[in-house]
Design a protein around this ligand. Structure first.
Ligand code: GLY
Ligand code: MN
Length: 339
């Protein structure tokens, strides 16, 4: 199949290198990595299995290669392309450019052994960072606001510059945690507040993703065993943990993703919190923080060995509090292994 890619992670997956201005063309058994002269040395050094072509006008170069090869049809994922870029390429030719949604993500849905190893290491580093973060917050977090706490989370997750982050960490206190993707506010951390932290780092470009919700007492940790003073919070927390553990225990290869979603949702609904569980159970993780498979109530995707995804049920009561517990898992020998 002939295809062209524009997304950095999609390109990296094909040839082991990417930069912010490149176009990758795969034509049968041949591949071309087109970039501009700022990246000549790096591209020549790192691109594997593709010819490096230097031309600042990526689209003109791609068109030239397509015409020279008398190519009739090329697949592309419209999610990766700007309208302007695509029109530059497609308006001057009679080649059929075929929309193929999630072209790269579909190729990446099953992880290789090497990728599984890298993702396991990313998750392990993420877990270690949460331990260090708890230590930092216990010592120096009380009295600081969410902006400062988020800044500290960035520094610690990234090991002060060693790792990129999977996304901007979410550090949310009490009612702000009721927004699943909260942004920081000037709320300060007071002893025994509810504290939600969702954060991940990248190891060899692969993402980790982890969420913990805790009562921030003097000696708190990010373990899943948590005691809350408020009964309503404890009930919601125990429900989320039960839902999380149920999916980890019962998800199997061969199940539809929506069945895995039901393993968390049924428990939360039965406990009376259904309307406060406002997102799906999880998402695949790899080079992108969100990729296939999506563990949602609508997904007919069959879960298979080699897939890596998150299990992250939550309960969010507006104006009061939010709880989410998230782990990354891999399907191995038909069952879930927590990374
Ligand atoms: N942990 C961020 C997200 O899954 O959206
Ligand atoms: Mn997640």
């Amino acid at each position: 199949m002939n295809y062209m890619l524009k997304d950095e992670n999609a390109i990296y997956y094909e040839c082991g290198y990417s930069c912010d201005n490149a176009l990758y063309l795969r034509l049968g058994s041949e591949a071309h990595f087109i970039t501009d002269s700022r990246y000549t040395i790096d591209a020549r050094e790192h691109v594997k299995g593709a010819k490096v072509v230097i031309n600042g006008d990526l689209y003109a170069e791609a068109l030239k290669i397509l015409k020279q090869g008398k190519v009739k049809k090329v697949h592309f994922d419209p999610k990766e392309w700007t309208v302007a870029g695509f029109e530059k390429l497609s308006s001057k030719s009679r080649i059929t450019f075929k929309h193929t949604l999630d072209l790269s993500h579909k190729k990446r849905i099953i992880k290789s052994d090497k990728e599984l190893e890298i993702l396991a290491k990313a998750a392990k580093l993420g877990k270690k960072a949460f331990k260090m973060l708890a230590k930092e917050f216990r010592k120096h977090g009380f009295g600081e606001d969410e902006f400062t706490l988020t800044h500290k989370a960035k520094a610690i997750l990234g090991d002060f510059g060693k790792y990129d982050l999977s996304f901007d960490p979410i550090v949310a206190i009490n009612a702000n945690a009721a927004k699943p993707h909260a942004t920081p506010t000037s709320t300060t951390l007071v002893k025994n507040d509810l504290l939600l932290v969702d954060a991940g780092l990248k190891y060899k470009r692969y993402c980790s993703d982890r969420t913990r919700t805790v009562q921030a007492g003097k000696y708190f940790t990010f373990d899943t065993h948590q005691i809350f003073k408020a009964k309503k919070i404890q009930k919601a927390y125990d429900t989320v943990l039960k839902a999380h553990d149920n999916a980890i225990e019962k998800a199997r290869s061969g199940m539809k993703a929506k069945k895995v979603d039901a393993l968390t949702r049924d428990i939360i609904e039965k406990a009376g919190f259904g309307k406060y569980y406002v997102h799906s159970t999880g998402h695949g993780v790899g080079l992108d923080i969100h990729e296939m498979p999506y563990i949602s109530s609508k997904s007919d995707t069959i879960i298979e060995d080699g897939m890596v995804y998150t299990i992250e049920p939550g309960i969010y009561i507006p104006g009061e509090f939010g709880i989410r517990i998230e782990d990354m898992v891999a399907m191995v020998d038909g069952k879930v292994v927590v990374l």
